[in-house]
Design a protein around this ligand. Structure first.
Ligand code: URA
Length: 230
């Protein structure tokens, strides 16, 4: 919400008073004085007038989890273990998943309560690369590389996937970098060759790599550089 609207919505301030406060440089957001009426105020913003705190700001949380196989990327599930079940109860409140993984896919899963941040990471328009280590049932032929680069037509969504980089690491092993996160995207891409994905592991999203110190099922908070990289 815009700062002037946020202030004018408070019971003790009208629009004229808001204009004066801003002009007198008495308003701060996140400890920086601003006179910009359009400054964005979010649930996480700390807003003050003089020494008075008008909104303390909800703490933003950003976590990485090493997702093990055999749990669902959901916040609740009647049958299966969910990724949230792997976190202490006190940390779970308000978290959502920034880019789901399938039940048996392992690797980097990011969780946050900051919707803008997760959208920047997952929306295809922002073209944030997601790197996967893939093992397949059959051999990965050299001609796959150009085909992944060209894109595959997905009839259900009526779209062609954006160019993807396939690096062949072994006869049945590759690293794939995609910039979207369509439903079962990696498996469907290999499905074009009738080549079944038998193991899938996400290594990286944007500039955030899975911490090698995290065993499957373990998590840690992102550091300031990782948060700012998105
Ligand atoms: N693509 C898939 O097919 N599955 C995943 O879990 C992630 C990407």
């Amino acid at each position: 919400m815009r700062l002037d609207r946020f202030l004018a919505n408070l019971p003790h301030l009208n629009r004229q008073q808001v204009r004066v406060l801003l002009a007198q440089r008495r308003v701060s957001v996140d400890d920086r004085v601003t006179c910009d009426a359009h400054h964005e105020v979010r649930a996480f913003s700390r807003v003050m007038v003089d020494e008075q705190v008008l909104q303390a700001g909800e703490p933003a949380r950003y976590l990485m989890l090493h997702k093990p196989a055999g749990c669902v990327s959901a916040t609740s599930d009647p049958e299966h273990l969910t990724v949230l079940d792997l976190l202490p109860a006190a940390l779970r409140e308000g978290l959502h998943i920034a880019g789901r993984l399938d039940y048996n896919t392992t690797g980097l899963l990011l969780l946050t309560n900051d919707g803008q941040w997760s959208r920047r990471l997952t929306q295809p328009q922002t073209k944030q690369p997601k790197a996967y280590h893939v093992r397949t049932e059959d051999e990965i032929a050299a001609h796959y590389v150009a085909r992944f680069q060209q894109g595959f037509y997905f009839a259900f969504e009526d779209l062609t996937t954006l160019p993807a980089q396939l690096e062949i690491l072994g006869p049945r092993e590759a690293r794939l970098v995609i910039v979207e996160g369509r439903y079962h995207q990696v498996k469907r891409m290999f499905g074009h060759f009738n080549n079944k994905v038998v193991a899938l592991h996400r290594e990286r999203m944007g500039d955030i790599c899975l911490d090698p110190d995290l065993a499957p099922g373990q998590y840690r908070a992102l550091d300031a550089d990782e948060i700012a990289s998105v």
